[in-house]
Design a protein around this ligand. Sequence first.
Ligand code: BG6
Length: 510
Amino acid sequence: MSAVAPVAENPLIEGLERLPIHPTTLVIFGATGDLAHRKLLPALYNLAHEGALPERFNLIGVSRSDHAHEDFRKMAQEAIRQFSRREPDEAVLEKLLEEVRYVPGVFDDASVYKTLADELDEFDKAAGQRMNRCFYLSTAPAFFPVIVGQLGEHELCRHEGADVRVVIEKPFGTTLAEAEQLNREVLSVLDEHQVFRIDHYLGKETVQNMMAFRFANGLFEPVWNRNYIDQVQITAAEDIGIGSRAGYYDSAGALRDLIQNHMLQLLCHVAMEPPVNFTADEVRNEKVKVLHAIHAPTPEDADRMAVRAQYAEGESAGEHVGGYLQEDGVAPDSNTETFAALRLEVDNWRWAGVPFYLRTGKRLARKVTEVAITLKPVPHLAFSQEGSLGVKPNQLILTMQPNEGVSLSLGAKIPGTRMKIRPVFMEFLYGTSFLSQSPEAYERLITDAVRGDATLFTRNDEVEAQWRICDPIVQVWEKTPGPLPQYESGSQGPAEAESLMINGQVWRAI
Ligand code: BG6
């Protein structure tokens, strides 16, 4: 028997991953902010530690507060020492920040961009070549169009002989109209291939593994459709409250914060067709097709297929905690949801009729992000009544966090003299299979942006397609007066979420 021919290497992907990365200057707008301190700077350190940055790499921070280069260097060192996933090696840290620059100023001030251009030119001169430029917008969303506009005006969006890329943090708009407008503004200055819209879930190992799992195994594809799958449940539960983020969260809410982006991406990974290769456009084309197959809800649908609620006081991590309306910075009559659940249908040949349930919430029983795929029950049970009682439909659980792994439930005979059956689990856990610490999502995403690989970033039509699904619900909710249903902190969420379930299905325990 002849061996199966190896799948041809994809020169586009393989080539990109093997090539040395062109010398790059990374500019972080909002460099003194929380995201830069907690995620971006530590990610840069870990990339430096692994030798994954370009050989010539420079960093410039831009922010409103007035600091000298040296102050920013110290601040960045501190942030890395505090938040890096590994204890920093002082020599690597020193080298990474040796030449770091800081440009203070407000983002609509032209002089900021003149100073920035001078700093960038200095780095090019020192390198003796034109370096790639990567602008990372880690600011409040109101500044995204302002910064991109200024980069355009100061001719910083093109750099002959080198590449210029712009990374845009979330949220990308707060409505469909805003997202469309932002896309228009951004694309009036940049080409789509220069734009890298972040959804940090796409950088998670476990999310990328969904593609490996589906498309590197022959086992699942034959059953991966409406004939065998009964329902899909996607949960992103958190035990934390909103902390000090009331300013952002109270104007966003759970639907915009997690469902519009991260959870719809998870849904796409479950429902997409196999891409012909793993290049940015092929992968994103398949995801966009899934989003297009989900009907935008009408106002009437919104009531039938969406539920929202707010956390009330209760217990979290053994402590008594107040409700959402008592949080600092939240108006006592706020109608912002901290829990949202949807029932969606992907109306295409593969999935028609299979409910996709999505739910997310703050202050739930525990932190867990998972995709649970439940197969249909077997058509006939030949066991005696007693034996049949323990037979449950097979379930495949992909756990994104915290216990990263995959688990498949199977019915098995309980040892003994009678035919009694109960589910057992076949499990794969990252921790025991790979024995290495997974990189943070931002490490992967920064490398890809610097390298110019947009596969794990959201394309313009994709972000708009995501909004097309969520925007009608946002509109209905904004017009519907409160108060919102409440759920106890530390609980499974509101009882109202049950109303979404069809065909006798039930939510999995959190
Ligand atoms: C962010 C949301 O995008 O994702 C936060 O703004 C949320 O509200 C966070 O807590 C969850 O991310 P992770 O990686 O902890 O699942």
